[in-house]
Design a binder for this molecule. Structure first.
Ligand SMILES: [Zn+2]
Length: 290
């Protein structure tokens, strides 16, 4: 609890230093630090300026709930729209993908359910589902799927994890040049189904390798057996505007220059090292999961 409070306090100190309101939407960074904008801070202790709202519906996607928050970095929104459209083109006539929480308009905490989702780089996406005989079913809920790929929705009907469309979505996300995916949190057994499916299809091995790298079951939270949580990496130029990525920079993600790579150390100098919500020290990407 203490570490969580430290975190919240850090976020507010940080926001006030930059002259950004954490309540009631975003505003422009102040003259004190005019260069900090966009995704500022780490996903579990940061905020968002200049966010863009995902439309309520579009080609191949729809909001899961109007009660959720759907603001993200422009490239996060572009990534989602592109991936959803590609699945819709390849599997026409099927229900859209349902998009859950991204971030609030100005970012910040979406407590009590989410530790991250604060900087416009995280999104929850519902699974694609079918009936047992393959008929289309809108994947609107948090249905838990087991290693056999089966789940029971609220109301008692058995559903199947639609590995075909889910793989198309994962493939489009990791192959996109609109943004670079850093993590896709998903249960280990569902990752296994997806990778097995991709190999059986003969998908390009570099794409399968990317997917295997980013798909991860978080060690410190729910296993993500009822939705995926996608996090995009900070782009090199965003490191200089306050984006603090943590975690790996996979080989296929553009690498920062020395100056860009050093930029987050200024934030550390101002605020001290990042403290994870569990109080175990400098943030690891998995510790900062949901
Ligand atoms: Zn999430």
């Amino acid at each position: 609890m203490r570490a969580a409070r430290v975190h919240v306090a850090r976020a507010f100190v940080f926001a006030s230093m930059l002259g950004v309101s954490m309540v009631g939407g975003c505003s422009m960074p102040s003259a004190i630090a005019p260069s900090y904008r966009g995704s500022v801070g780490v996903p579990h202790a940061g905020f968002l300026t200049d966010g863009v709202e995902l439309p309520k519906e579009g080609k191949g996607f729809r909001w899961k709930s109007a009660a959720d928050h759907h603001y993200g970095l422009p490239r996060m929104i572009g990534l989602l729209e592109g991936a959803a459209a590609s699945v819709a083109e390849l599997r026409p006539g099927m229900p859209p993908v349902y998009v859950g929480e991204i971030s609030a308009k100005g970012g910040g905490a979406l407590l009590p359910k989410h530790r991250s989702h604060r900087t416009g780089r995280d999104v929850d996406v519902m699974f694609f589902t079918t009936t047992l005989d393959g008929a289309k079913v809108p994947g609107t809920g948090f249905t838990v799927f087991g290693p056999d790929g089966l789940g029971v929705e609220a109301g008692g009907r058995f559903l199947r994890f639609d590995v075909d469309r889910e793989w198309l979505l994962i493939k489009s996300l990791v192959a996109s040049d609109k943004a670079h995916v850093q993590w896709i949190f998903i249960a280990r057994w569902l990752e296994a189904l997806l990778v097995e499916h991709a190999i059986a299809l003969g998908e390009p091995s570099p794409i399968i390798a990317r997917a295997e790298q980013v798909m991860q079951q978080p060690g410190d939270s729910l296993p993500h057996d009822d939705h995926i949580h996608v996090r995009i990496a900070c782009e090199p130029d965003e490191l200089a505007t306050g984006c603090d990525g943590g975690g790996p920079r996979w080989a296929w993600i553009p690498q920062p220059t020395k100056i860009e790579a050093d930029a987050p150390t200024l934030l550390e100098a101002l605020l001290g090292p990042s403290v994870t919500p569990d109080g175990k020290g400098v943030a690891s990407p998995v510790a900062a999961s949901p």
